[in-house]
Design a protein around this ligand. Structure first.
Ligand code: COA
Length: 328
């Protein structure tokens, strides 16, 4: 037995770093099949580690960048109560990023390396955060539907095989469910408001429909990583299954409010599968590869933050020395 309390740290490290061979792989896959959690000190195939780092890191970056479109509305929230709720939500999202960076760090990539890969454009983050939030209705749609989509994905992933990621997701889902209530409350208010408010909400839904369809990733046929991720229970549902689950839960909820997604072909077929118009996958690939409407702006903001916050990090790491805040 390895990875238990009876080993010295050196013995555990040597066990975790054994070179890959068929026997170890079979033992690892048997553990996954039995539903056991894999922990940082356990042996794992290098590809399992690489895939987890890729996915958790992208997820963490999405939380950081995801705070930006909503953050721009903190100063413009329609009233004090909405402002407080939005401040708390944005703060939560940054907290989620910390939890996720911590989980990814257990796999051997440092936070500094991850941030550098985000800033250089090497690492991806969710497509949806490359679109602007033009009106307060966009904030309601993000709060209800983007957070709703994220919850569908995260509840499924939280049952996965890597312990630190699952535990981070459990906590994140708990907080996201409050975000959902906040988004739903804002949606209901607008949907039951004046004709101008309802029209603004519908326009926001029109803008967010395609990015939300894209959110769950390419179709199962086009997905590159799904087979491997599902075999190792990093992902427990395919992209199409998650998208379908989301549409199943949320289309009735928005229709109940008298608004709708702008797609005449959006309907559930006799097999219970949602059909929709071609969501323009070229737009998806352009966006995730750095050419969406706000990619350049989002990374420019993060680079500014990185540069202007460097003196704080340096001061924290060297508490004996005196630091002066730069003026510009
Ligand atoms: N936004 C940005 N990139 C996306 C994406 C999205 N919505 N959906 C897929 N991609 C990228 C993948 O990262 C992958 O790129 P890469 O090979 O350069 O890393 C490529 O598109 C092919 O997609 P696929 O093979 O289907 O990727 P996947 O099996 O990792 O599935 C997710 C995509 C998003 C479902 C999966 O990564 C996931 O569940 N991630 C964790 C949750 C998360 O990040 N949520 C974000 C916001 S809360």
């Amino acid at each position: 037995m390895y990875g238990n309390a009876y080993m010295t740290p050196e013995e555990a490290k040597a066990m975790a770093e054994r070179p890959e061979n068929e026997e170890l792989l079979a033992e690892f896959e048997a553990r996954i099949d039995r539903g056991e959690k894999i922990e940082p000190h356990d042996w794992m195939p290098s590809e399992y580690r690489r895939q987890l780092i890729r996915m958790i890191e992208q997820h963490a970056h999405s939380e950081v960048i995801g705070a930006l479109p909503e953050g721009t509305w903190i100063t413009r929230a329609p009233n004090f109560k909405r402002k407080l709720a939005l401040i708390a939500k944005v703060q939560d999202e940054i907290g989620h990023a910390h939890l996720l960076y911590n989980a990814a760090e257990t796999l051997g990539k440092t936070r500094e390396e991850m941030i550098n890969d985000l800033l250089s454009g090497k690492s991806k983050y969710s497509n949806v955060f490359n679109y602007p939030a033009l009106t307060w209705s966009d904030i309601a749609v993000i709060g209800f539907l983007i957070d709703g989509a994220a919850i569908v994905n995260q509840v499924i992933n939280s049952k996965g095989s890597y312990g630190p990621y699952c535990r981070a997701l459990d906590r994140i889902c708990y907080e996201e469910s409050f975000h959902l209530k906040q988004g739903h409350d804002a949606m209901v208010y607008l949907a039951t408001g004046t004709p101008a408010q309802r029209a603004e909400l519908q326009e926001a839904l029109n803008r967010w429909y395609r990015p939300i369809i894209h959110f769950f990733g390419p179709s199962d046929k086009a997905s590159v990583h799904s087979n491997k991720l599902m075999r190792w229970k990093i992902k427990l549902a395919s992209n199409d299954d998650m998208r379908n689950q989301f549409l199943d839960q949320y289309v009735p909820k928005i229709r109940e409010l008298g608004v709708d997604f702008p797609d005449p072909n959006l309907k559930k077929n006799a097999e219970g599968v949602w059909e929709f118009s071609d969501p323009n996958w070229d737009e998806f690939y352009a966006t995730i590869n750095g050419n969406g409407p706000c990619n350049a702006e989002r990374l420019a903001v993060r680079r500014w933050v990185e540069d202007h916050g460097r003196w704080v990090r340096t001061a924290l790491m060297n508490p004996q020395q005196k630091y002066v805040m730069p003026l510009s």
